[in-house]
Design a protein around this ligand. Structure first.
Ligand code: SAM
Length: 274
């Protein structure tokens, strides 16, 4: 393994003062980074997409695990530090300078299966997460998502019906994927520390229920959770056939969206898709 200087030193040498505008909170603890990189399992020879490598803390943990990493970073200042890392692991790292929200990830990975690992600013992370989980094509090209979120967002992703955090994000994440809160990360692990706690969520694709259109499920959850405190008979009024589907399935229309399980949403969407 190449002998690398501590990340703190890399940050200082390349003058990478954290930019608030880019949501930069760096992880410096190599043990913690190695534990995050281990979450998808053995990555030897596997393709990994890392979004937002920054000075390369998680990147080096991934390279050490034997992964072949494609990293998308917006901050030009990080390029020299990442180039150094690429030289230390010849042929293992490709760095793309750009905005991950604007790039076609499947094309970047040349249509081959890949794992995603990322520690992103909250808004970018959520937008990418929704994108990775949307669309009719399933299973996706990604084999796992290992993503750092602020704790409150992680809770929303893994929530069960009836939990305060349960909503659209939970249904979108869980109807055809396995999700788990894999690691809680204290705010003090970051430099500079953010205001809130974080957590790593691990997601793997599961079988997609047959006969359900993703678009229909999205439409249904949007309507139901758009007015989450209202009864279903009110919130789903605008979705043609939804109230009849509730009746057919024996789902009480006086319930609220937050009590409707993922399986029940899937059943309604299936009835409407047919
Ligand atoms: N991976 C590093 C770590 O764990 O220490 C850095 C994490 S920092 C929270 C987020 C990184 O994402 C920053 O380097 C930032 O420049 C980058 N970033 C922010 N928005 C981005 C975007 N839309 N596309 C690509 N990178 C982005």
């Amino acid at each position: 393994m190449p002998d690398l200087p501590p990340i703190r030193e890399v940050i200082q040498r390349h003058n990478l003062a954290a930019s608030k505008a880019l949501g930069q909170n760096f992880l410096l603890d190599e043990q913690l980074l190695a534990r995050i990189a281990a979450l998808p399992g053995d990555l030897t020879g596997q393709q990994v997409l890392e979004v937002g490598p920054g000075p390369g803390g998680l990147t080096r943990a991934l390279l050490r695990s034997g992964a072949r990493v494609t990293a998308i970073e917006m901050d030009r200042r990080c390029m020299p530090a990442l180039a150094e890392l690429g030289e230390a692991f010849p042929g293992q790292l490709t760095v793309i300078e750009g905005d991950a929200l604007k790039l076609d990830h499947a094309a970047l990975m040349q249509g081959a299966p890949f794992h995603v690992l990322s520690n992103l600013p909250y808004n970018v992370g959520t937008a990418l997460f929704v994108r990775w989980l949307s669309g009719e094509a399933w299973p996706p090209l990604w084999q796992s998502l290992t993503l750092m979120f602020q704790r409150e967002v992680a809770d929303r992703i893994v929530a069960d019906a009836g939990d305060d955090a349960y909503g659209r994000l939970a249904v979108l994440a869980q109807w055809r994927a396995e999700v788990r809160l894999a690691m809680k990360v204290h705010r003090s692990a970051f430099t500079p520390p953010p205001k809130v706690m974080s957590a790593v969520v691990h997601v793997t694709p599961a079988a997609m229920p047959e006969g359900v259109s993703a678009r229909m499920l999205e439409r249904l959850t949007e309507a139901a959770f758009g007015q989450r405190r209202k009864m279903l008979r009110q919130s789903l009024k605008g979705v043609p056939g939804a109230l009849e589907a509730l009746a057919t399935l024996g789902i009480d229309e006086t319930r609220r969206a937050e009590t409707v399980s993922v399986a029940e949403f899937v059943a309604v969407a299936k009835t409407l898709t047919a």
